[in-house]
Design a protein around this ligand. Structure first.
Ligand code: SAM
Length: 239
């Protein structure tokens, strides 16, 4: 998969995607990341990328042409069709289902805003969708782009050493994940639940499912409305 990032700070996004699973995915050739700086497509001695908003008010707005130049250069760099996404607090919330959909694409272009945002005409003409990473405002889209890259990279086949671990994660089946324990069995902070030491795989699976259902019910009950629950799950919830 190839991801192009349009940003005034493309190196920052590259650094965020240099470690752990994402770094390994890049080393393994599962993910290619390319940065494009709108400043390289700006005119004049000052290579200006922003200007004051029409109508007055505080802050600056990113100019159309440097962004369009960077977008065109990114598109021309590879013939594969790319989906262009603007990271924005006004976008649709990023969910694991959306991450799965994006992870299956050959190419993404992530557009990072700064200042008050981007001239609306550029968004209307060049962007396929807007995504938000939450109901709060960041100073730039770079961290949001890094979030998308991380979430998408770990779903590339071969990125995780154990592919099953992604399937067990929160949201994959609509529920939160169960709690996890490792050595030592006995610790001053407590003992590992007996069932996990039993070696009885059916009991362990049932316990984990109960925990996942219980946690979801306690912490995010609204997820249960959408989750595909079996009759056995419903019985466990009633217990
Ligand atoms: N004036 C804009 C608004 O209120 O919608 C906020 C601009 S914000 C200071 C600058 C840039 O950060 C945005 O253009 C966007 O790219 C990025 N950004 C901020 N919050 C974000 C969020 N929650 N999700 C994704 N991107 C975000």
């Amino acid at each position: 998969m190839r991801i192009d990032v349009i940003s005034l700070f493309p190196e920052f996004v590259g650094q965020c995607a240099a470690f752990g699973v994402v770094g390994r995915a890049r080393e393994r050739g599962l993910l290619a990341l390319h940065g494009w700086n709108p400043r390289d497509h700006a005119e004049g001695n000052y290579r200006r990328v922003d200007d004051r908003p029409f109508g007055g008010g505080p802050g600056m707005v990113m100019l159309i042409d440097p962004l369009r130049g960077a977008l065109r250069a990114a598109r021309a760099a590879d013939p594969a069709p790319a989906r262009t996404i603007y990271l924005s607090p006004q976008g649709a919330p990023l969910t694991q289902a959306k991450v799965r959909e994006l992870a299956g694409r050959e190419r993404l272009i992530l557009l990072c805003g700064r200042y008050e945002g981007v001239d609306e005409r550029l968004l209307r003409a060049e962007v396929d969708e807007e995504l938000s990473i939450g109901d709060y405002v960041l100073s730039g889209g770079e961290l949001a782009a890094a979030v998308v890259i991380d979430a998408v990279a770990r779903l590339q086949e071969g990125a995780l050493n154990d592919a099953e671990s992604a399937a067990q994660d929160s949201f994959e089946d609509g529920l939160l994940d169960c709690p996890h324990y490792t050595r030592p069995v006995e610790h001053e902070l407590g003992r590992v639940p007996e069932v996990l030491l039993s070696g009885d795989h059916a009991r362990i699976a049932r316990w984990r499912r109960m925990q996942a259902l219980g946690r979801t019910w306690q912490r995010r009950p609204e997820l249960l409305d959408e989750a595909a629950l079996s009759e056995a799950d419903r019985r466990l919830l009633d217990e």
